[in-house]
Design a protein around this ligand. Structure first.
Ligand SMILES: [Zn+2]
Ligand SMILES: [Zn+2]
Length: 246
């Protein structure tokens, strides 16, 4: 149980060594603390600087965010516009297709119309030829018509002449007929009227010769005692005179 001096001395030396070591450690720690304080000051300065920088950066960030928001809005608007353009482009494309179809159709129609025009031109050409031929025919027909008209005029003139001649002849004939009828009437009158007075009608017959006279003339003949037929001279008496009914 008793410690030796040597041991105690050793222990003391050890403690001395330990103390020196500890003292050294304290000194080191002090240096370190000084360094820490210095570092802390530096750090505070740096922190302040960083804070200031942070504020600045926050401000910038805010600006950037605001700018970004604005850009987003612009982008959104741009997208909407783009959508509208795309829709318009789709519509335009569809319209273009439609137009292309219409143009194709129109081209076809134009082609058909050109064919028809060609055909019509050819038809017009042949029609013109036909028209020329018809004009020639019409000219010929006009000439013929003119000739026929002239012939007709000539014939009408001739007809007029013949008609005049016929009229003249007819009037001559009429005159001749009238004359003939007049003669016939005179003959009849001569036959019917008394041959002595040429005025009264025959009323009596002399039965000896069968000549006829008016009653007045024969009575006068009897009263004058002439008593001969005025026609043939045959003697006759009152008894030879008879009334007749014509
Ligand atoms: Zn008489
Ligand atoms: Zn007689």
């Amino acid at each position: 149980m008793m410690l030796s001096l040597q041991t105690i001395g050793q222990a003391y030396e050890d403690m001395q060594t330990q103390n020196q070591h500890l003292l050294q450690q304290v000194a080191d720690r002090d240096d370190f603390n000084i360094k820490l304080v210095s570092d802390s000051v530096k750090t505070k300065q740096a922190s302040a600087s960083l804070l200031s920088e942070k504020h600045l950066l926050q401000k910038q960030l805010h600006q950037v965010n605001s700018s970004l928001e604005s850009s987003k809005q612009k982008l959104s608007r741009g997208e909407e516009q783009m959508k509208a353009y795309v829709a318009q482009a789709i519509k335009a494309s569809s319209e273009n297709r439609h137009h292309a179809i219409t143009i194709e159709k129109t081209l076809l129609e134009v082609s058909e119309a050109e064919k028809e025009l060609k055909w019509l031109r050819s038809a017009v050409g042949s029609s013109e030829k036909e028209y020329e031929q018809n004009q020639k025919k019409i000219a010929e027909l006009r000439t013929e018509l003119e000739r026929e008209r002239s012939e007709k005029r000539k014939l009408e003139e001739e007809y007029e002449e013949v008609k005049n001649e016929v009229m003249e002849l007819t009037s001559e004939n009429e005159e001749a007929t009238i004359q003939k009828l007049q003669d016939e009437i005179n003959d009849c009158k001569a036959i019917l009227k008394c041959g002595v007075c040429f005025d009264r009608p025959k009323e009596v017959v002399i039965t000896k010769c069968f000549h006829l006279f008016c009653s007045t003339c024969i009575q006068r003949n009897l009263e004058l005692r002439h008593r001969k037929c005025p026609g043939c001279g045959t003697p006759f008496g009152q008894n030879d005179v008879r009334e007749v009914k014509i």
